[in-house]
Design a protein around this ligand. Structure first.
Ligand SMILES: [Zn+2]
Length: 322
Protein backbone atom coordinates (compact mmCIF):
# COMPACT_ATOMS: atom_id res chain seq x y z
CA UNK A 1 0.00 0.00 0.00
CA UNK A 2 1.27 3.46 -0.73
CA UNK A 3 0.28 7.05 -1.23
CA UNK A 4 2.23 9.26 -3.53
CA UNK A 5 2.10 12.43 -5.54
CA UNK A 6 2.74 11.85 -9.23
CA UNK A 7 0.47 13.29 -11.89
CA UNK A 8 -2.22 13.71 -9.24
CA UNK A 9 -2.56 11.74 -6.01
CA UNK A 10 -1.99 8.02 -6.42
CA UNK A 11 -3.22 5.49 -3.86
CA UNK A 12 -2.09 1.92 -4.38
CA UNK A 13 -4.35 -0.59 -2.66
CA UNK A 14 -3.26 -3.89 -1.12
CA UNK A 15 -4.34 -5.85 -4.22
CA UNK A 16 -2.29 -3.59 -6.51
CA UNK A 17 -5.23 -1.47 -7.71
CA UNK A 18 -4.10 2.08 -8.52
CA UNK A 19 -6.54 4.84 -7.63
CA UNK A 20 -5.47 8.08 -9.30
CA UNK A 21 -7.09 11.34 -8.21
CA UNK A 22 -7.08 14.76 -9.91
CA UNK A 23 -4.45 13.94 -12.54
CA UNK A 24 -3.89 15.89 -15.77
CA UNK A 25 -3.67 12.58 -17.67
CA UNK A 26 -5.37 9.97 -15.50
CA UNK A 27 -4.06 6.44 -16.02
CA UNK A 28 -5.20 4.58 -12.90
CA UNK A 29 -7.30 1.44 -12.59
CA UNK A 30 -9.79 3.83 -11.03
CA UNK A 31 -9.60 7.55 -11.79
CA UNK A 32 -11.27 10.19 -9.63
CA UNK A 33 -11.89 13.90 -10.23
CA UNK A 34 -12.84 15.83 -7.10
CA UNK A 35 -14.00 19.08 -8.68
CA UNK A 36 -13.99 21.21 -11.81
CA UNK A 37 -11.13 23.62 -11.09
CA UNK A 38 -8.53 23.56 -13.83
CA UNK A 39 -5.74 22.16 -11.67
CA UNK A 40 -7.92 19.19 -10.66
CA UNK A 41 -9.57 17.93 -13.82
CA UNK A 42 -8.03 16.14 -16.80
CA UNK A 43 -6.64 17.89 -19.85
CA UNK A 44 -8.63 15.85 -22.36
CA UNK A 45 -11.70 13.63 -22.24
CA UNK A 46 -11.58 10.91 -19.59
CA UNK A 47 -13.66 8.32 -17.78
CA UNK A 48 -13.67 9.08 -14.08
CA UNK A 49 -15.51 8.80 -10.79
CA UNK A 50 -16.89 12.31 -10.16
CA UNK A 51 -20.13 14.08 -9.25
CA UNK A 52 -22.78 14.78 -11.92
CA UNK A 53 -22.27 18.52 -11.41
CA UNK A 54 -18.50 18.26 -11.85
CA UNK A 55 -19.04 16.42 -15.15
CA UNK A 56 -21.48 19.13 -16.24
CA UNK A 57 -19.12 21.94 -15.21
CA UNK A 58 -16.25 20.28 -17.05
CA UNK A 59 -18.35 20.37 -20.23
CA UNK A 60 -19.34 23.99 -19.61
CA UNK A 61 -15.76 25.06 -19.06
CA UNK A 62 -13.83 23.07 -21.64
CA UNK A 63 -16.11 21.22 -24.05
CA UNK A 64 -14.20 18.01 -23.31
CA UNK A 65 -16.49 15.44 -21.74
CA UNK A 66 -15.87 13.64 -18.49
CA UNK A 67 -17.57 10.26 -18.66
CA UNK A 68 -18.89 9.36 -15.23
CA UNK A 69 -18.54 5.91 -13.73
CA UNK A 70 -19.07 4.60 -10.23
CA UNK A 71 -16.98 2.10 -8.30
CA UNK A 72 -17.86 0.23 -5.11
CA UNK A 73 -14.50 1.09 -3.62
CA UNK A 74 -15.00 4.86 -3.99
CA UNK A 75 -17.47 6.88 -1.96
CA UNK A 76 -17.78 10.56 -2.91
CA UNK A 77 -18.78 12.91 -0.10
CA UNK A 78 -19.40 16.69 -0.31
CA UNK A 79 -16.13 18.58 0.16
CA UNK A 80 -17.72 22.00 0.72
CA UNK A 81 -15.22 23.71 -1.59
CA UNK A 82 -17.21 24.64 -4.72
CA UNK A 83 -20.44 23.41 -6.32
CA UNK A 84 -20.12 19.72 -7.16
CA UNK A 85 -16.84 19.24 -5.24
CA UNK A 86 -16.35 15.89 -3.53
CA UNK A 87 -13.79 14.22 -1.31
CA UNK A 88 -13.01 10.59 -2.18
CA UNK A 89 -13.26 7.92 0.50
CA UNK A 90 -11.43 4.86 -0.82
CA UNK A 91 -11.91 1.48 0.85
CA UNK A 92 -9.06 -0.99 0.43
CA UNK A 93 -10.00 -4.71 0.24
CA UNK A 94 -8.08 -5.11 3.52
CA UNK A 95 -10.45 -2.64 5.19
CA UNK A 96 -8.15 0.39 5.29
CA UNK A 97 -10.08 3.59 4.64
CA UNK A 98 -8.38 6.43 2.81
CA UNK A 99 -9.88 9.92 2.51
CA UNK A 100 -8.54 12.28 -0.14
CA UNK A 101 -10.06 15.71 0.43
CA UNK A 102 -9.20 17.46 -2.83
CA UNK A 103 -9.75 21.14 -2.05
CA UNK A 104 -11.88 21.37 1.03
CA UNK A 105 -13.87 23.75 3.23
CA UNK A 106 -15.65 22.89 6.47
CA UNK A 107 -17.58 26.19 6.71
CA UNK A 108 -21.15 26.04 5.42
CA UNK A 109 -21.92 29.00 3.19
CA UNK A 110 -24.60 29.89 0.66
CA UNK A 111 -25.77 26.70 -1.09
CA UNK A 112 -22.76 24.68 0.10
CA UNK A 113 -22.74 22.56 3.23
CA UNK A 114 -19.35 22.32 4.93
CA UNK A 115 -17.22 19.16 4.62
CA UNK A 116 -17.89 16.64 7.36
CA UNK A 117 -14.69 14.63 7.91
CA UNK A 118 -15.28 10.87 7.87
CA UNK A 119 -13.48 8.43 10.14
CA UNK A 120 -10.51 7.18 8.17
CA UNK A 121 -7.16 5.47 8.60
CA UNK A 122 -5.30 7.62 6.11
CA UNK A 123 -6.17 11.25 5.41
CA UNK A 124 -4.69 12.99 2.38
CA UNK A 125 -5.50 16.65 2.79
CA UNK A 126 -4.81 19.87 0.98
CA UNK A 127 -2.79 22.40 3.00
CA UNK A 128 -3.37 25.64 1.07
CA UNK A 129 -3.70 27.66 4.30
CA UNK A 130 -1.75 25.27 6.51
CA UNK A 131 0.02 28.03 8.44
CA UNK A 132 -1.24 29.67 11.64
CA UNK A 133 -1.23 33.20 10.13
CA UNK A 134 -4.06 32.11 7.81
CA UNK A 135 -6.95 32.39 10.16
CA UNK A 136 -10.12 33.83 8.64
CA UNK A 137 -12.92 35.73 10.37
CA UNK A 138 -16.10 33.63 10.51
CA UNK A 139 -18.09 33.51 7.28
CA UNK A 140 -20.96 35.75 8.43
CA UNK A 141 -18.56 38.52 9.46
CA UNK A 142 -16.87 38.48 6.05
CA UNK A 143 -20.22 38.32 4.22
CA UNK A 144 -21.58 41.27 6.26
CA UNK A 145 -18.51 43.37 5.48
CA UNK A 146 -18.91 42.67 1.77
CA UNK A 147 -22.65 43.49 1.91
CA UNK A 148 -21.98 46.82 3.66
CA UNK A 149 -19.35 47.70 1.10
CA UNK A 150 -21.67 46.83 -1.81
CA UNK A 151 -24.54 48.83 -0.32
CA UNK A 152 -22.38 51.95 -0.11
CA UNK A 153 -20.74 51.60 -3.51
CA UNK A 154 -20.70 55.01 -5.26
CA UNK A 155 -18.98 53.92 -8.45
CA UNK A 156 -18.99 50.68 -10.48
CA UNK A 157 -17.54 47.72 -8.63
CA UNK A 158 -15.31 45.15 -10.34
CA UNK A 159 -15.39 41.98 -8.24
CA UNK A 160 -12.66 39.43 -8.90
CA UNK A 161 -12.99 35.79 -7.88
CA UNK A 162 -12.54 32.37 -9.52
CA UNK A 163 -15.13 31.78 -12.27
CA UNK A 164 -16.25 28.65 -10.40
CA UNK A 165 -16.70 29.32 -6.70
CA UNK A 166 -16.09 32.87 -5.54
CA UNK A 167 -17.83 34.38 -8.60
CA UNK A 168 -21.17 32.72 -7.71
CA UNK A 169 -20.98 33.81 -4.06
CA UNK A 170 -20.22 37.37 -5.14
CA UNK A 171 -23.27 37.40 -7.41
CA UNK A 172 -25.46 36.16 -4.55
CA UNK A 173 -24.03 38.79 -2.19
CA UNK A 174 -24.63 41.52 -4.79
CA UNK A 175 -28.23 40.28 -5.22
CA UNK A 176 -28.67 40.36 -1.45
CA UNK A 177 -27.23 43.87 -1.25
CA UNK A 178 -29.90 45.01 -3.71
CA UNK A 179 -27.52 45.78 -6.57
CA UNK A 180 -29.81 46.36 -9.57
CA UNK A 181 -27.42 45.66 -12.41
CA UNK A 182 -25.05 42.72 -11.94
CA UNK A 183 -22.92 41.76 -14.93
CA UNK A 184 -20.79 38.67 -15.51
CA UNK A 185 -18.37 37.59 -18.21
CA UNK A 186 -19.11 34.65 -20.50
CA UNK A 187 -16.86 32.31 -18.49
CA UNK A 188 -18.84 33.02 -15.32
CA UNK A 189 -22.19 32.78 -17.11
CA UNK A 190 -21.43 29.27 -18.41
CA UNK A 191 -20.55 28.09 -14.90
CA UNK A 192 -23.74 29.71 -13.54
CA UNK A 193 -25.88 27.78 -16.03
CA UNK A 194 -24.51 24.40 -14.91
CA UNK A 195 -25.03 25.21 -11.24
CA UNK A 196 -28.58 26.47 -11.85
CA UNK A 197 -29.36 23.13 -13.53
CA UNK A 198 -28.22 21.15 -10.49
CA UNK A 199 -29.00 23.38 -7.51
CA UNK A 200 -31.94 25.43 -6.30
CA UNK A 201 -30.26 28.72 -7.02
CA UNK A 202 -30.82 31.46 -9.60
CA UNK A 203 -28.28 34.04 -10.65
CA UNK A 204 -30.19 37.17 -11.66
CA UNK A 205 -27.47 38.71 -13.78
CA UNK A 206 -26.71 40.06 -17.25
CA UNK A 207 -23.89 39.25 -19.60
CA UNK A 208 -21.23 41.95 -19.88
CA UNK A 209 -20.09 42.87 -23.38
CA UNK A 210 -18.25 45.67 -25.11
CA UNK A 211 -21.49 47.69 -25.45
CA UNK A 212 -22.16 47.68 -21.71
CA UNK A 213 -21.66 51.00 -19.95
CA UNK A 214 -21.08 50.64 -16.24
CA UNK A 215 -22.55 53.28 -13.96
CA UNK A 216 -22.67 54.08 -10.25
CA UNK A 217 -23.50 51.05 -8.14
CA UNK A 218 -23.26 48.56 -11.03
CA UNK A 219 -21.29 45.40 -10.32
CA UNK A 220 -19.23 43.31 -12.75
CA UNK A 221 -18.06 39.90 -11.53
CA UNK A 222 -14.95 38.65 -13.31
CA UNK A 223 -12.48 35.77 -13.12
CA UNK A 224 -9.50 36.60 -10.93
CA UNK A 225 -7.13 35.96 -13.83
CA UNK A 226 -8.31 39.16 -15.53
CA UNK A 227 -7.40 41.48 -12.64
CA UNK A 228 -4.29 42.84 -14.32
CA UNK A 229 -5.52 42.90 -17.92
CA UNK A 230 -5.14 46.20 -19.80
CA UNK A 231 -8.85 46.46 -20.58
CA UNK A 232 -9.57 46.39 -16.86
CA UNK A 233 -7.21 49.31 -16.32
CA UNK A 234 -8.91 51.18 -19.18
CA UNK A 235 -12.33 50.41 -17.69
CA UNK A 236 -11.25 51.75 -14.30
CA UNK A 237 -9.88 54.93 -15.90
CA UNK A 238 -13.10 55.47 -17.92
CA UNK A 239 -15.67 54.70 -15.25
CA UNK A 240 -13.87 55.28 -11.94
CA UNK A 241 -14.60 51.66 -11.09
CA UNK A 242 -13.10 50.18 -7.92
CA UNK A 243 -11.39 46.79 -8.00
CA UNK A 244 -12.14 44.36 -5.23
CA UNK A 245 -10.31 41.05 -4.69
CA UNK A 246 -11.74 38.11 -2.75
CA UNK A 247 -9.50 35.36 -1.42
CA UNK A 248 -8.18 33.80 1.74
CA UNK A 249 -4.83 35.32 0.81
CA UNK A 250 -6.40 38.70 1.66
CA UNK A 251 -5.50 38.17 5.32
CA UNK A 252 -2.02 39.03 4.09
CA UNK A 253 -1.69 42.62 2.77
CA UNK A 254 0.55 41.58 -0.14
CA UNK A 255 -2.51 40.10 -1.91
CA UNK A 256 -3.91 43.62 -2.39
CA UNK A 257 -0.74 44.95 -3.99
CA UNK A 258 -0.10 41.91 -6.17
CA UNK A 259 -3.57 42.13 -7.70
CA UNK A 260 -3.56 45.95 -7.72
CA UNK A 261 -6.89 45.93 -5.89
CA UNK A 262 -8.49 48.93 -4.19
CA UNK A 263 -10.00 46.75 -1.49
CA UNK A 264 -9.86 43.06 -0.55
CA UNK A 265 -11.91 40.66 1.56
CA UNK A 266 -10.85 37.26 2.99
CA UNK A 267 -13.70 35.34 1.32
CA UNK A 268 -12.38 31.83 0.78
CA UNK A 269 -13.50 28.41 -0.46
CA UNK A 270 -10.84 26.61 1.60
CA UNK A 271 -10.35 25.70 5.24
CA UNK A 272 -8.23 28.13 7.20
CA UNK A 273 -5.50 26.82 9.49
CA UNK A 274 -7.71 26.21 12.51
CA UNK A 275 -10.30 24.43 10.36
CA UNK A 276 -7.66 22.17 8.82
CA UNK A 277 -6.50 21.25 12.33
CA UNK A 278 -10.08 20.58 13.47
CA UNK A 279 -10.74 18.47 10.38
CA UNK A 280 -7.74 16.23 11.11
CA UNK A 281 -8.82 15.89 14.72
CA UNK A 282 -12.32 14.77 13.68
CA UNK A 283 -11.11 12.31 11.02
CA UNK A 284 -8.64 10.94 13.58
CA UNK A 285 -6.44 9.13 11.05
CA UNK A 286 -3.42 6.94 11.81
CA UNK A 287 -1.51 8.81 9.12
CA UNK A 288 -1.93 12.20 7.43
CA UNK A 289 -0.42 13.21 4.11
CA UNK A 290 -0.37 16.90 3.22
CA UNK A 291 -0.57 18.09 -0.35
CA UNK A 292 -0.65 21.52 -2.01
CA UNK A 293 0.24 24.79 -0.30
CA UNK A 294 1.92 24.86 3.10
CA UNK A 295 2.57 21.09 3.03
CA UNK A 296 5.76 21.13 5.14
CA UNK A 297 4.57 23.62 7.76
CA UNK A 298 1.27 21.83 8.22
CA UNK A 299 2.88 18.36 8.40
CA UNK A 300 5.36 19.66 10.98
CA UNK A 301 2.57 21.19 13.02
CA UNK A 302 0.60 17.92 12.91
CA UNK A 303 3.69 15.96 13.93
CA UNK A 304 4.23 18.25 16.90
CA UNK A 305 0.57 17.69 17.82
CA UNK A 306 1.18 13.94 17.95
CA UNK A 307 0.05 12.79 14.50
CA UNK A 308 2.02 10.75 12.00
CA UNK A 309 2.19 13.25 9.18
CA UNK A 310 4.10 13.41 5.92
CA UNK A 311 4.31 16.17 3.32
CA UNK A 312 3.90 14.61 -0.11
CA UNK A 313 6.64 15.33 -2.61
CA UNK A 314 6.30 14.68 -6.29
CA UNK A 315 7.27 11.16 -7.35
CA UNK A 316 8.45 10.14 -3.89
CA UNK A 317 6.89 6.94 -2.66
CA UNK A 318 5.64 6.93 0.92
CA UNK A 319 5.17 3.37 2.07
CA UNK A 320 2.54 2.99 4.72
CA UNK A 321 2.55 0.49 7.53
CA UNK A 322 -1.10 0.78 8.44
ZN1 LIG B 1 -10.35 24.06 -6.15
Amino acid sequence: MSVRLCDGIEIELSDGTRVVCDADNPDGDIDVVTHAHGDHFPEGDATVVCSALTASLARARRDEPLQRVTDDRIDLIPAGHVAGSRAAVVTDPDGTRYCYTGDVCTRSRFYLGGFEPPDCDVLITEATYGEPEYTFPDHQTVADEILSWLEELESPGLLFGYALGRAQKLQLLAQKAGVERIFVTDAVRRVNASIEDHRHVVFDVQQYNSDTTLGEGDVLVLPMTTARFDWIEDLCAETDAVKAGFSGWAVNSSFKFRGNYDITFPLSDHCDFAELCAMVETADPAHVYTNHGATDTFAEWLTSAGYQATALRRNQRSLGDF
